[in-house]
Write a protein that binds this ligand. Structure first.
Ligand code: WTA
Length: 661
């Protein structure tokens, strides 16, 4: 990256016009221009080459893409295995190289797991799964804290063709239950507990509650992490160590057809029910392998640290599969990013000589607050001594230009490219991002730059027409890409409806965007009723469903309002049933908070709950969330002509003013 910070100017420059590659980049073998040209000329051959060069195949594929719109099958007929590509392929050259360097939250415990160790662990655990009756195609739910066994369990599933479905360990029992039941998992892998801010999180207890009465689950494997006392139930529950101790050493990786399902990952959509995003094997791995390489590069001396929990897609693609396929060393951290203090991340980077750091805007905004101005910066928790870093990335939410600049100047000392990577659970891997390993990109803070080679995007108006340069519209992807989801688990109809109906034939991610005159993409937030709170995707419908299931609530509407650190904060409006006295409204509000925390999870804790007499609606009875959002931030409500009864606005505004601290 030649210029430290072009300050977001949109003036055109020669680098961009030439396709983003400087002559030095090409000379250095970073031939982004060549990649882009071949991708444009023939995308299928381009992806075929990525698949052939990036992955190990047992049998070569016969066809690159079978596109039975909107169902894509990539690398048809080829057989491969995700675990083989992440682990076995490194055994000759990298058996002693650290694959995962894990650090416990308290910092007292560190483990280095080499590629050789991983090879031993995944085979044993794959044999454990087999001994529990797990067969190819069976779903296995994994709900573990951030410990290396989480990666081992996923890879062991992949090794024998089982479909892993990882659930973030911070979810509530009800959310876990819904996901276990939807996926039809008969085996659940969990731990006694985990650590968060020094406290023990009672994971096994939550799992017991989640599985209570769910007869379909035959086995629960319990890793002992905290070793606090837990209830073990009958023949169903078994300890990880006991099973592994009794398992044979060798378990070959099974050749699987490229479209064999690798995992289901549940994510929020615009209805109450979470979507089980299903990814295949060969296409997904090719996409993740290529994008990891283009974005981060993969030198043998790199130490890579991605702060995502493996419970989210970033953890799947860029903590587990991406870095391991490239044979690099990855740092994995167990606990809260600011525990015991705000310099925790910087300490991890220093102690492990991290070269590549990939995190979220929310975490950066949080850490930025501890970086005081002027002399002595860094002393009180700000970044310092981060000389090993060479590349910085973010994902999950739009990054504000001020935060981008702070990241670039204070964390990267102006020396490291900052890449803002746009993608989704559904896309499997990055679709829009600067790619410093293959080309120079003049940075524009706040823009994710251009789509990756082989991916064609556009921004359209509501009717599907192309819009003028620089205008806000809906982002679409024009052609299938290898990391694309295969479907939603057990629900092809919802898959079609959610992503392919709005603009027939085009993939519709549900984000607003604009493309500027240099072809840079600016992501402008969700265009639907999905919120991004601290980078987590939360559906308003799911929350509303939870709120109205409270006996005293008649109706509810949930919206997101801007939040300085978490990007968005959740605001709940609830209409009480008749007969609930006004004196009981405060209590109702706190019960709603409790209910959301216990039924959805603490990540969805609302920033505010307002108990209101009624909600603004159109004449056809649709709740006008846009108005509620404006009211919640104290702004003007704009056009209210479609409102059924305009008095409601004044009513709610008065109520909000009286409740504001
Ligand atoms: C948002 C996370 C702006 C976007 C990998 C998308 C972003 C949703 C960015 C997917 C970014 C992700 N800039 N917005 N760089 N990256 N998003 O499935 O709204 O948890 O649709 O995947 O996050 O969230 P998900």
């Amino acid at each position: 990256m030649s210029d430290a910070d072009s300050g977001g100017s949109s003036s055109s420059n020669s680098n961009i016009e030439r396709g983003g590659d400087s002559d030095e980049a090409v000379a250095a073998g970073r031939d982004g221009r060549g990649l882009r040209e071949s991708a444009e000329a023939d995308p299928e051959s381009f992806w075929a080459r990525q698949a052939e060069e990036g992955l190990e195949w047992f049998e070569p594929f016969d066809a690159v893409l079978e596109w039975d719109r909107p169902f894509a099958r990539w690398f048809v007929g080829g057989t491969t295995n995700a675990c083989y590509n992440a682990v076995d392929r490194h055994q000759h050259e990298r058996a002693d190289k650290p694959a995962i360097i894990w650090e416990a939250e308290d910092g007292n415990q560190r483990r280095t797991i080499s590629y050789g160790d991983l090879f031993v662990d995944v085979q044993r655990f794959a044999n454990v799964l087999k001994s529990l009756g797990v067969r190819s195609g069976d779903r296995v739910t994994i709900c573990l804290p951030m410990v290396p066994e989480l990666a081992v369990a996923m890879l062991a599933c992949a090794r024998i063709g089982a479909v892993h479905t990882v659930i973030f360990s911070g979810f509530s029992a009800a959310s876990i239950r819904e996901r276990v039941s939807d996926s039809g998992s008969q085996v659940v892998i969990t731990a006694d507990g985990g650590y968060r801010r020094g406290r023990v999180i009672e994971l096994k207890k939550t799992i017991d509650e989640a599985l209570s009465g769910l007869g379909s689950v035959r086995h629960v494997v319990v890793l002992q992490r905290t070793r606090h006392e837990i209830a073990m139930s009958g023949p169903r529950d078994k300890f990880w160590d006991d099973l592994v101790g009794a398992a044979p050493d060798a378990c070959p990786a099974v050749p699987l057809e490229s479209s064999h399902p690798l995992f289901i990952l549940y994510t929020s959509g615009t209805t109450g029910k979470p979507k089980g995003v299903l990814h295949g094997t060969g296409g997904y791995l090719t996409h993740v392998h290529s994008t990891f390489g283009w974005a981060f590069g993969a030198g043998d001396n790199d130490v890579y640290f991605c702060t995502a929990d493996i419970g989210w897609v970033t953890g799947h693609s860029y903590v587990v599969y991406g870095p391991l396929m490239h044979g690099i060393t990855s740092v994995m951290y167990e606990g809260a990013p600011d525990h015991p203090g705000p310099s925790r991340m910087w300490q991890l980077i220093r102690d492990h000589a991290v070269t590549i750091f990939y995190t979220t805007p929310t975490l950066l905004r949080m850490l930025m607050r501890f970086d005081g101005p002027g002399e002595g910066r860094g002393r009180h928790g700000g970044p310092s001594g981060l000389d090993t870093l060479r590349l910085l990335g973010t994902v999950g939410e739009p990054i504000n230009p001020e935060v981008w600049r702070w990241y670039h100047e204070r964390v990267g000392r102006g020396r490291c490219p900052v890449i803002d990577t746009w993608w989704q659970t559904e896309t499997g891997g990055m679709l829009i991002s600067p790619l410093p390993a293959i080309e120079d990109t003049i940075p524009k803070p706040g823009s994710a730059a251009r789509p990756v080679p082989g991916v064609e995007i556009d921004v359209l108006d509501d009717e599907g027409n192309p819009i003028p340069v620089g205008t806000k519209g809906q982002l679409v992807v024009r052609k299938p890409w290898p990391g694309m989801l295969m479907t939603l688990w057990g629900d092809d109809a919802r898959y079609k409806e959610a992503y392919w109906k709005r603009y027939p034939g085009l993939y519709h991610p549900g984000d607003y965007a604009r493309i500027d005159e240099d072809g840079y993409v600016w992501l402008l937030g969700r265009a639907d009723d999905v919120l991004k709170v601290a980078g987590h995707r939360i559906g308003t419908a799911e929350l509303e469903g939870c709120v109205v299931s409270h006996d005293a609530v008649a109706e509810s509407a949930v919206c997101g309002v801007p939040d300085e650190v978490r990007g968005q904060s959740i605001v709940v409006f609830a209409v009480p049933r008749s007969g609930v006295p006004e004196a009981g409204h405060d209590r109702l509000a706190s019960e709603i908070v409790k209910k959301i925390r216990s039924e959805v999870g603490s990540i969805a804790t609302p920033g505010a709950v307002y108990v209101v007499p009624r909600l603004p609606k159109t004449r056809s009875g649709k709740i006008m969330r846009r108005l509620l959002k404006s009211l919640a931030v104290g702004g003007e409500v704009g056009d209210t002509s479609t409102l059924e009864d305009a008095d409601v606005i004044g009513e709610i505004r008065r109520l909000l003013l009286s409740q504001k601290p």
